[in-house]
Design a protein around this ligand. Structure first.
Ligand SMILES: Cc1ccc(CCc2c3nc[nH]c3cc3c(=O)[nH]c(N)nc23)cc1
Length: 381
């Protein structure tokens, strides 16, 4: 693969329905159908799932975590073992974050400067420096198909001056990330680097960030700085002012989003890619997502319910096990509970994304959105 001239990274906008977009991203490891949900594989595994299982549910791309992997087993070791795709036996597309967000939420003794973020590992206290250049070097060593610039995501609410300072630092880091990405020959390998729009909950700063990033040569653009605890209407309002000033023919990735409803509402506002720990983490805590809303299997009301989660579903976890059995597994904390509920939840998320893609192609996205929300509201009879 390495010596073949790679097909360049590309995005095709196939159809729009209102602000909703149906597209295709071509990467060196296959095509990503958008709108896409990208399961999170933090430590080189989508927790409690086999790679082939994740693929069979319809995932075209998963996420790897630069911060975790740079600490254990280190990016250099993953590179020595053939890169992340080979290491984790996932031959399809991989997207990695730059690691800055995780440093700010997980590491100890963090110190932010113009150079980057210095920090100590939350495992063994070893010292590290994450600069735009080092982040791109790590993502290149992992062999990531879609890489992120190093940015500064701040918690909301925040003062305008603080938001503006973080936005401008992220723009300077965008430029340094791009320089390093091109120095490492990313475009020639068919890899992509996304700029990340910041600007907090301030509409003017959001527009300024998107416009200034749009003038820089990125293969795609992320909307960052959201899904950090702000109300849903603030997040949606920021999308309404930001996506209209983002490049039309480049993919848009809303970082860290979200629940099925967040995804539906964000597709309606022009977003193409999503990631969220919700389906996998919730699965490990006994929560099941279904066509008719959420089912908390810890709840005693399921103790003698012989029905599966959804007998019409294709996924064995959803169709072949009673709620009573799932409730039992959750209550006695059996490993199979996490396996089955993660499987169910990822299956539901991919089922939702397939429905969204089909509806945009058919020009019926608005009906699909309303019907899906009615089904969720119907609740789990
Ligand atoms: C493995 C993996 C997990 C999670 C992520 C996304 C993590 C994430 C956010 N999650 C919620 N809100 C977020 C905002 C930002 C942001 O502004 N910048 C960056 N770089 N990442 C974010 C990427 C990769």
């Amino acid at each position: 693969m390495s010596d073949q001239a790679q097909k360049p990274f590309s995005f095709k906008l196939l159809k729009t329905d209102g602000a909703a977009r149906r597209g295709e991203i071509t990467t060196p490891h296959g095509v990503v159908r958008t709108p896409a949900f990208m399961p999170v594989g933090t430590q080189a595994t989508v927790k409690a799932m086999y790679p082939q299982q994740v693929r069979d549910l319809g995932a075209d791309v998963i996420l790897g975590n630069t911060y975790h992997l740079m600490l254990r087993p280190t990016a250099e070791r993953v590179a020595k073992l053939g890169g992340l795709h080979h290491f984790m036996n996932w031959p399809h597309a991989i997207l990695t974050d730059s690691g800055g967000f995780q440093v700010m939420s997980l590491a100890q003794l963090r110190k932010m400067s113009e150079e980057g973020v210095s920090f100590r590992s939350h495992h063994d206290g070893s010292k590290h420096m994450m600069s735009p250049e080092r982040s791109i070097e790590i993502q290149g060593l992992l062999g990531s198909d879609i890489q992120m610039q190093l940015d500064q995501c701040i918690a909301l609410p925040a003062e305008r001056s603080e938001i503006e300072e973080a936005m401008n630092l992220s723009l300077r880091w965008a430029d340094r990330s791009r320089t390093q990405f091109e120095k490492m020959g990313g475009p020639g390998k068919g890899q992509a680097l996304y700029g990340i729009v910041q600007g907090g909950d301030n509409p003017e700063l959001r527009v300024e960030s998107a416009q200034r990033l749009g003038e820089m040569p990125f293969e795609g653009y992320s909307v960052g700085g959201l899904a950090v605890g702000e109300p849903q209407e603030v997040m949606l309002r920021m999308l309404e002012v930001t996506t209209p000033v983002m490049p039309v023919h480049k993919p848009r990735y809303l970082m860290g989003v979200g629940t099925p409803e967040d995804i539906l509402e964000s597709v309606a506002r022009g977003i193409d890619q999503f990631d969220c720990v919700m389906p996998t983490r919730a699965g490990r805590h006994g929560l099941a997502y279904t066509r008719f809303g959420k089912v908390n299997l810890k709840n005693a009301r399921h103790a003698e319910d012989p029905r599966p989660l959804d007998e019409e579903a294709d996924c064995p976890a959803t169709r072949d096990y009673s709620r009573a059995y799932l409730h039992h597994l959750v209550r006695v904390n059996e490993g199979l509970a996490a396996m089955l509920l993660t499987w169910n939840n990822l299956a539901y998320y991919q089922f939702l994304m397939q429905g969204i893609r089909d509806a945009i192609e058919a020009g019926t996205f608005e009906d699909f959105r309303q019907k899906t929300k009615e089904d969720w509201a119907r609740g789990d009879l």
